[in-house]
Design a binder for this molecule. Structure first.
Ligand SMILES: Nc1nc2c(c(=O)[nH]1)N[C@H]1C(S)=C(S)[C@@H](COP(=O)(O)OP(=O)(O)OC[C@H]3O[C@@H](n4cnc5c(=O)[nH]c(N)nc54)[C@H](O)[C@@H]3O)O[C@H]1N2
Ligand SMILES: Nc1nc2c(c(=O)[nH]1)N[C@H]1C(S)=C(S)[C@@H](COP(=O)(O)OP(=O)(O)OC[C@H]3O[C@@H](n4cnc5c(=O)[nH]c(N)nc54)[C@H](O)[C@@H]3O)O[C@H]1N2
Ligand code: SF4
Ligand SMILES: [Mo]
Length: 647
């Protein structure tokens, strides 16, 4: 048996190191390694990766749309058609009318970053990548400069771990396992979540908060810490700016007001305050999930300030993507192109597509017909006769069904790559463990083919991929060289110092000086929320068997369920398994009811990115509203009305 090492390329906090065992030509086993933070196990998706690579829903050949069906074709024919269509569009409509949609399917440098050089060289319109974590990065940045924080390696040692709007037991199972190790050593695990999530169930303390009221909770904790003198005055004096302003704002809050907004009792707030003050070996992990609501970025920036007032340098974790000195703009070609590049909001791209703002859309590593907000508009846009849609994916997706040309991609097991994590700091080459299925071809191959057919003469488009990586990671590796990485070494990425703050004052800006310049208040603001008391707030979060829309070929469809609290169910005579219609100004879906003890009044919870009982996507209800800070999405502040279905 031969063991081959690779790394999971999915968009995940954990970036697992995997070993695949091969007997003859057959892959017999996939295991989690000990390296990095993988701890010898994988999640339910990782264990099924061989099965998913060989599943029936793989795209095995290039296809072209002919009338309303797909005809199998050769690569040559598909690429010629595509190159012709591209050349024609570039000439008649200009590069701005061509849009690249690329997101989270594969995080590999060779599968996702480098192939973008073609689109930057041609001058395609790009999106601002705001669909996931961008608003939170900008929010933390207002106070800390860059948004990097604590490292997951340390989780097992912490005396206090707070998962704030972060369901790590599902979304970051290796973080969660490390935190459980800390619990065994006497550490305290806290979960701040409106519902009793899988993480809340394992926590020592669960703070059940009303969604969107996190800023109020933070001011409540600050009030307690300041009034009982539990803050770290020396630290604050040396390392922070703006304490007087923060104090002034905090003093305005009354206990009853915090309780009323958050639904959390004052005793729970003071208990959490005591934990923050007493346990200095601490980390607060701020969820990307919590951040995806209309004032989510406000919540993120508020929570990020708590460790600072008790004297901990960057005692939070949000995502460490900004912690590594890697030149991403060089990788993608953004800093190399001479073409003017238009950027549009990823969150509102549905309306633009529907209005016909683009003539050609190239989709890879993404399933936008299912994962974007206002997904009906996205679909209507793709359906337009005057829009040419190309999809390069590993599996038949909802988006592929709207394509004019479908191209087969190898999964991460079928190609060499380098995956840079955004949770931990370890990197190892991903080896190819399986021959590409069918006629599937890598993103880099497709890009080179198209570049040649279009006679592109920018040399950087054809640059050797390892050379590019060597340059982009020149200052990034701590304990080895690119040659070591190529030979299979597991290396650590250099990390920026945690007591350094890239703000104008060089300190932690409790009151942000940049915020003033950006026309947002310098302190976090608790906006009124929810806006309409009679509506429900619809939360959608990740599921352990799926990564977004992936793995439905293995685990079956994402269940069309809506979880509703007992009080709301009783009030509205709703029973388990009733079909409920959820509707708002954007759309309407019908889901099967599950009465749950863990959902607070006025809230419903839905597994994310699936369909309803009739195949209508859940994201038909998600508005294109963008956040003020960073332009991020607002999935978790979607408001809906509910009625029982008459069907
Ligand atoms: N309701 C709701 N919607 C949400 C969210 C939410 O919380 N609620 N969250 C948002 C967030 S945080 C995110 S990150 C987005 C995710 O949105 P997407 O990036 O659209 O997520 P996926 O459904 O995983 O789509 C990735 C696609 O890449 C394909 N793929 C995988 N590997 C490869 C490869 O090697 N090559 C190629 N070419 N393709 C590959 C997969 O088959 C899949 O079709 O969804 C957003 N949508
Ligand atoms: N299994 C699995 N893992 C994944 C993914 C996946 O699709 N599947 N996707 C990956 C990606 S791209 C991302 S972005 C991350 C997301 O991972 P997380 O950041 O953990 O996000 P969610 O899964 O949405 O869970 C967020 C939690 O926040 C709670 N919440 C919602 N609104 C609020 C609020 O206003 N305040 C507070 N305090 N809590 C709130 C929700 O109830 C939920 O339990 O997961 C990554 N990991
Ligand atoms: S999806 Fe995340 S937890 Fe699962 S195998 Fe991949 S990196 Fe590990
Ligand atoms: Mo995400």
């Amino acid at each position: 048996m031969i063991d081959i090492q690779t790394a999971c390329a999915r968009d995940c906090y954990d970036t697992c190191f995997m070993t695949v065992s091969q007997r003859g030509k057959e892959l017999v086993r996939i295991m989690g390694d000990k390296a990095g933070i993988t701890q010898g196990f994988l999640c339910p998706r990782g264990y099924q990766d061989i099965k998913r690579a060989t599943s029936e829903s793989r795209i095995l050949y290039p296809f072209m749309r002919v009338n309303d069906t797909f005809r199998q074709t050769s690569w040559n024919e598909a690429l010629n058609l595509l190159a012709e269509s591209l050349a024609q569009t570039l000439k008649s409509e200009g590069a701005r009318s061509c849009l690249q949609l690329c997101f989270s399917g594969n995080q590999g440098l060779f599968s996702s970053y480098l192939p973008q050089r073609l689109f930057y060289a041609l001058g395609f319109t790009q999106t601002d990548s705001s669909l996931c974590s961008k608003s939170g990065h900008e929010a933390v940045g207002l106070h800390y400069g860059l948004s990097y924080g604590a490292h997951p390696d340390e989780l097992s040692e912490k005396e206090l771990t707070v998962y704030w709007g972060f369901n790590a037991a599902v979304s970051a199972p290796h973080f969660h396992r490390l935190s459980q190790k800390s619990q065994k050593r006497g550490g305290v695990l806290v979960s701040v979540d409106p519902r009793k999530s899988e993480t809340s169930q394992t926590a020592d303390v669960w703070i059940q908060i009303q969604p969107g009221s996190d800023v109020a909770l933070v001011y409540g904790i600050l009030k307690y810490l300041m009034e009982t003198d539990l803050i770290d005055r020396d630290f604050i004096k040396t390392y922070t700016h703006g304490i007087d302003m923060l104090k002034g704002e905090t003093q305005k809050w009354r206990e009853e007001q915090v309780e009323a907004l958050t639904g959390v009792k004052w005793e729970e707030i003071t208990h959490l305050g005591d934990l923050y003050a007493q346990k200095k070996s601490q980390v607060t992990l701020i969820g990307i999930g919590m951040q995806k609501s209309v004032y989510g970025a406000e919540s993120v920036r508020a929570v990020s300030l708590l460790p600072a007032v008790v004297g901990v340098h960057r005692g939070f974790f949000y995502s460490n993507a900004q912690g590594f000195p890697i030149d991403y703009q060089f990788l993608t070609g953004e800093s190399l192109t001479e073409k003017p590049i238009e950027s549009v909001s990823q969150v509102t791209v549905g309306s633009l597509l529907e209005q016909g703002a683009f003539t050609l859309v190239y989709v890879h590593n993404m399933n936008p017909a299912q994962t974007l907000p206002n997904v009906s508009a996205v679909r209507r846009g793709f359906e337009r006769d005057d829009v040419f849609v190309v999809v390069h994916d590993t599996h038949w997706t909802e988006t592929a069904r709207y394509a004019d040309v479908v191209l087969p991609a190898p999964t991460f097991l079928e190609k060499e790559d380098v995956v840079i994590p955004w949770g931990h700091r370890y990197v190892r080459k991903s080896n190819q463990v399986l021959d590409p299925m069918g006629k599937s071809k890598s993103e880099l191959w497709v890009m080179a083919q198209l570049a040649q057919r279009l006679d592109l003469d920018d040399a950087w488009v054809y640059e050797d991929c390892w050379k590019v990586v060597e340059k982009a990671l020149k200052h990034a590796l701590e304990d080895g060289r690119i040659s070591d990485l190529r030979e299979g070494a597991c290396l650590a990425l250099k990390v920026r110092p945690r007591d350094t703050y890239q703000t104008p004052t060089g300190k932690i800006e409790l009151a942000s000086t940049q915020a003033e310049k950006c026309h947002v208040p310098s302190l976090p603001v608790q906006h009124p929320f929810p806006p309409h008391q009679e509506d429900y707030t619809m939360l959608t979060s990740s599921m352990k068997n799926y990564t977004h829309t992936q793995f439905q070929d293995i685990y079956g469809p994402i269940p069309p369920l809506v979880f509703i609290g007992i009080r709301d169910a009783l009030k509205n005579d709703i029973h388990d398994s009733d079909a409920l219609v959820l509707y708002n100004e954007v759309g309407s879906i019908t889901m099967k009811a599950v009465i749950s003890v863990s959902i607070p009044p006025g809230v419903v919870w839905i597994p994310r990115q699936g369909n309803d009982l009739y195949g209508v996507p859940v994201n038909s209800l998600a508005p294109e509203t963008v956040q003020e800070i960073g332009g991020g999405p607002t999935f978790n502040s979607t408001t809906v009305k509910i009625r029982k279905s008459s069907e």
